[in-house]
Structures are given as structure tokens and as C-alpha cells.
Ligand binder design. Structure first.
Ligand SMILES: [Zn+2]
Length: 348
């Protein structure tokens, strides 16, 4: 499973993709930038269109550049993007992966009627971008079954070898009227089974434990900005564990690491801890942020590697309990392993 590191144009540090950076993470294979950011920064947009996203970001060819269409930004800001502008951006900036414009994200609180309206607008956009490499987007929502059959019925959309799933985040964050974790899982599982040949991307998940769920579901790629958001709040991720607060930045509270976890952090071989140790993780300001973000991303990539290895040699079911101490997700993984015979899940 490919882990796509979400970036922010407002602050491109730490430059984890750049071999010349002290924060270079060699195992990183893909990054994601949002069209929402370019929409807000016309001069950056112009530059990216002139030289292409790879050169603009200084991302080497072996690292893929994914583009997010900014649907979440447009949802939150109440603004709307212009399809023609988006298409021009895609054609000139040449991302390696890019979704249709623009899906309209439903939230769990919406009435059935409003969700149906989001569905209608999103399917219209999917059909309008039936050509070329635009990846169709469908939403984890009460409309998911409708989406799936609409894609199946449309020869252009069903012929595409990729599909992306959005709107999962409000459900995982337990927004009011959020779907139960179980329905989210069975939704994802049914999409995987319906489209066994398609490359499935899921937007916006990337906690240590959700990586396990996505891997077990046979999802091909996920993106997350969680490594940066957590770092900004003083939080680090640990292999197989939930979040731990290591830097007291005043505004946020959280669980501190225990003795064993501090030991793990002292021995962490990631590029940031290797150079600056625990002191670097605890630091304030940009330096602390860069150290924690680099560490978090490295942990996520290592988790995906561990997962892939253990799923492929069929040791996962015997080892995951020892690996995961996260009380929310461990029972879900047990459930998921029960819900489906292992052979039905495409290898991660
Ligand atoms: Zn580290």
C-alpha cells in the first residue's frame, strides 16, 4: 500500500522528499498537494503551471505527485472552484495522479435529500471527466451503493483503472450521525470486492492503526496530512500505538509516553531522531515541528512496511494484537478479520 504524504504549500518544510534535506525520508514514494492551496495562491499556481509540479516542488521523478482537487477546502470555505481552471492546472502542472473536479462532499449530518444532491453533483462531475486520466470519486456515505452501481453502469467510468473514495474522515471522527465503524468497513470492503481490478485510493486517513485497516481492506493508496497536523500540536506517533504528546506547546493536552515508549523514542532510527534525539522531538518552533513531522511520517511508512510483510506471509492474524495497543482500532481489526475470509482480500 502506497502512503501519500499530504503537503501544505504554506509551509513545505520538512522537505521529506528531497535527498538534499536533513529530513529526507528515503522510503517515501508519493506526496500530495491540494488544488485548494493553489486556488488561494495565484502566483504559486502560475509558477507550478509554468514548470510543472515536480520541478516546482523539487520532487524527484521516482516520487509521485498526487493532486487533491480541493473539494474539502471548497466545502469548508463555501467557495467553489471552476472546472476549466482545474483542468488547465492539471494539463500544465502535470500531476501523476489527479481526481475529477469537483466532487461535493456529503457530511453525516446532512439529510438524505442533501446527500442525494451531493451524489447527483458528484456523479455529474465524474461523467464530465470521463476522459483521460481523471480519477472518479465516490463517497463513503448513505449513497455509496448508488455510486457503485452508477459507476458500473457507465462504460467510461467502469473502464477506468482507478477510483477514489472520499468523505471517510467525518465518519472516522465520529461527527454527529456518523456511520458506525462497522458500516464504514463493510462499505469499503464491498467497493474492494466490486472493483477487484481497480486501483483504490482513500482520501485523508493515516493514523497508525487506520493504516492497518486500509491495508487489510486491500486499499492501494491512502493520503494523510496527519503526520504534519499532529506534529504541529506537539504529538508523535509510535509504531503500533496511538498518539503521544511529547512537546507541551501550551494549547493542547494529550497522553504522554510511558517509560517503555520513551525508550522506543530514544532508540528511534528515523532521520530526525537519528540526528537530534528525543530533545529534537520535544523542541518548540519550526525545528521541533520538522523533527516530529519527519518522525511521524517515517513511523507511518514503517507501519505500512510491517503490515505488508506480515499480510504477505500470512502472519498478520497471529501478530497484530502484540503490535497494536490502540483500544479503538484493535477490536475493529479483529472484526474485519472475522468479516472476511483472508483469501477474499486482495493482498495489500
Ligand atoms: Zn523518530
Amino acid at each position: 500500500m502506497l502512503i501519500v504524504a499530504g503537503l501544505s504549500l504554506k509551509n513545505l518544510n520538512p522537505r521529506v522528499w528531497d535527498p538534499a534535506s536533513p529530513y529526507f525520508v528515503a522510503s517515501l514514494r508519493a506526496v500530495m498537494v491540494s488544488y485548494g492551496d493553489f486556488h488561494q495562491m495565484p502566483s504559486q499556481r502560475k509558477k507550478a503551471q509554468e514548470v510543472g509540479l515536480h520541478r516546482y516542488l523539487g520532487v524527484p521523478r521516482r516520487v509521485k505527485v498526487y493532486l487533491d482537487n480541493g473539494a474539502f477546502y471548497f466545502l469548508r470555505s463555501g467557495l467553489s472552484g471552476v472546472r476549466k481552471d482545474y483542468q488547465e492546472f492539471v494539463e500544465m502542472a502535470k500531476p501523476d495522479w489527479y481526481p475529477i473536479a469537483f466532487d461535493v462532499i456529503p457530511t453525516p449530518q446532512m439529510s438524505d435529500l442533501t446527500q442525494a444532491d451531493c451524489y447527483g453533483q458528484t456523479m455529474q462531475a465524474n461523467r464530465a471527466f470521463g476522459h483521460d486520466g481523471y480519477v472518479p470519486v465516490i463517497h463513503v456515505s448513505r449513497m455509496l451503493e448508488k455510486y457503485v452501481s452508477a459507476v458500473q453502469r457507465n462504460p467510461k467510468l467502469s473502464g477506468k483503472n482507478r477510483i477514489a473514495l472520499g468523505a471517510i474522515v467525518p465518519n472516522l471522527l465520529r461527527a454527529p450521525k456518523a456511520m458506525s465503524y462497522e458500516s464504514v468497513l463493510s462499505n469499503l470492503l464491498s467497493v474492494r470486492k466490486t472493483f477487484p481490478e481497480k486501483d483504490i485510493h482513500v482520501f485523508g486517513i493515516g493514523g497508525t492503526a487506520t493504516v492497518h485497516l486500509a491495508g487489510l481492506l486491500g486499499i492501494d493508496s491512502i493520503d494523510s496530512s496527519g503526520w504534519r497536523n499532529r506534529a504541529a500540536r506537539g504529538i508523535v506517533q509510535l509504531p503500533g500505538s496511538g498518539d503521544r504528546m511529547v512537546a507541551n506547546l501550551g494549547k493542547w493536552r494529550g497522553r504522554s509516553p510511558n517509560t517503555d515508549e520513551w525508550r522506543k523514542l530514544r532508540n528511534c532510527p528515523c532521520p530526525a531522531c537519528g540526528a537530534h534525539g528525543v530533545r529534537g522531538l520535544k523542541a518548540s518552533g519550526v525545528k521541533g515541528f520538522c523533527n516530529r513531522a519527519t518522525h511521524n511520517l517515517w513511523v507511518l511508512l514503517e507501519e505500512a512496511r510491517w503490515l505488508e510483510k506480515h499480510i504477505s506471509n500470512d502472519r498478520y492474524a497471529r501478530t497484530y494484537r502484540r503490535r497494536l495497543d490502540n483500544s479503538t482500532y484493535a477490536p475493529l481489526i479483529t472484526k474485519l478479520l472475522e468479516m472476511t475470509a483472508r483469501k477474499e482480500i486482495k493482498s495489500a
